[in-house]
Write a protein that binds this ligand. Structure first.
Ligand SMILES: C[S@@+](CC[C@H](N)C(=O)[O-])C[C@H]1O[C@@H](n2cnc3c(N)ncnc32)[C@H](O)[C@@H]1O
Length: 215
C-alpha cells in the first residue's frame, strides 16, 4: 500500500480536507467495502485509503481525472508541466479554458482533459467548478500568477494508491452508484448543498444530473 499521505489535487466546493479528522473519528473502525458516491476532491478517500472502494461522481471530467491519474499519471504530469512552463495571463487562461471546453463538448476524456482540469482549477476564480446551460465550464480567471499547479510526488502517490488498491471508479447518479452496497459496507454520503438562493449557488458541478456524454 502507499507509504506517504496523499491529499486532493483539486480545490472543490464542499471539499472535506479540513474536516477529515472529525469525519474519521466518527467512522466505524471496521467495514467491508467503502462507498463514496459523491467523491468530489476525494479528500476522505485519500485520507483513509481503504483497500476496497467504490467511488463515484456525476461530473464526467472529475471522474476522468481519477481514471487518468490511475492509468496515465506521467502523461497528466507532463501536460500540466508544459502548461506551467508558460506564465499565466488572462488571455492564456481563456485560451486554455476554450481548449478544455472543446474537450467537454466533444466528450474527449483523456490525459489532456485531466491536465487541463487541474491547471484550470489552479487558475480560475476560487477554484470553483461551474458550468453553463450547455455544460461548458464558465468560471473566470483568478487574476493571479500562480506557480506550479501540481505536487508531483503527491500525484504519483495518488496514482500508486489507485492502482494498488481495489478501487472501482464510476460516473453514475448516486443511487445507482450504491446499487451494490451490502451488509457490513460503509457509505460516506457528502451530497451537494442546497444553495441559500439561486444567485448564491456555486455548486453547479455538472450540467443537469442526467446529462451525459455516454447517453
Ligand atoms: C459536496 S461535493 C463532495 C465533496 C467531497 N466530499 C470532497 O471532499 O471534495 C458533492 C459532489 O457531488 C457530485 N454530485 C452532484 N450530483 C450528483 C449525483 N446526482 N450523483 C452523484 N454525484 C453527484 C458533485 O459533482 C460534487 O462533486
Amino acid at each position: 500500500m502507499v507509504e506517504r499521505k496523499i491529499s486532493p489535487v483539486l480545490k472543490w466546493a464542499g471539499g472535506k480536507r479540513q474536516l477529515l479528522e472529525q469525519i474519521v473519528d466518527n467512522m466505524p473502525a471496521e467495514y467491508n467495502n467503502y462507498y463514496e458516491p459523491f467523491i468530489g476532491s476525494a479528500a476522505v478517500l485519500f485520507g483513509i485509503t481503504p483497500a476496497h472502494a467504490f467511488v463515484n461522481d456525476i461530473n464526467e471530467q472529475l471522474v476522468n481525472l481519477y481514471v487518468q491519474l490511475k492509468v496515465a499519471v506521467e502523461s497528466v504530469i507532463e501536460k500540466v508541466n508544459e502548461m506551467d512552463a508558460v506564465p499565466c495571463t488572462k488571455e492564456l487562461y481563456y485560451t486554455v479554458r476554450e481548449r478544455y471546453n472543446s474537450k467537454i463538448a466533444g466528450c474527449y476524456f483523456d490525459a489532456e482533459c485531466a491536465a487541463l482540469m487541474i491547471w484550470i482549477n489552479k487558475h480560475c476564480f476560487n477554484g470553483l467548478y461551474r458550468v453553463n446551460g450547455k455544460g461548458l465550464f464558465n468560471v473566470p480567471y483568478n487574476n493571479k500568477i500562480n506557480g506550479k499547479s501540481i505536487d508531483e510526488s503527491n500525484i504519483r502517490a495518488i496514482s500508486e494508491y489507485l492502482q494498488s488498491a481495489d478501487i472501482t471508479i464510476t460516473c453514475l447518479d448516486f443511487e445507482r452508484a450504491c446499487d451494490g452496497v451490502s451488509l457490513g459496507d460503509f457509505v460516506y454520503f457528502d451530497s451537494p448543498y442546497v444553495p441559500e438562493s439561486i444567485t448564491a449557488s456555486f455548486t453547479d458541478y455538472t450540467y443537469g444530473w442526467f446529462h451525459s456524454c455516454r447517453s
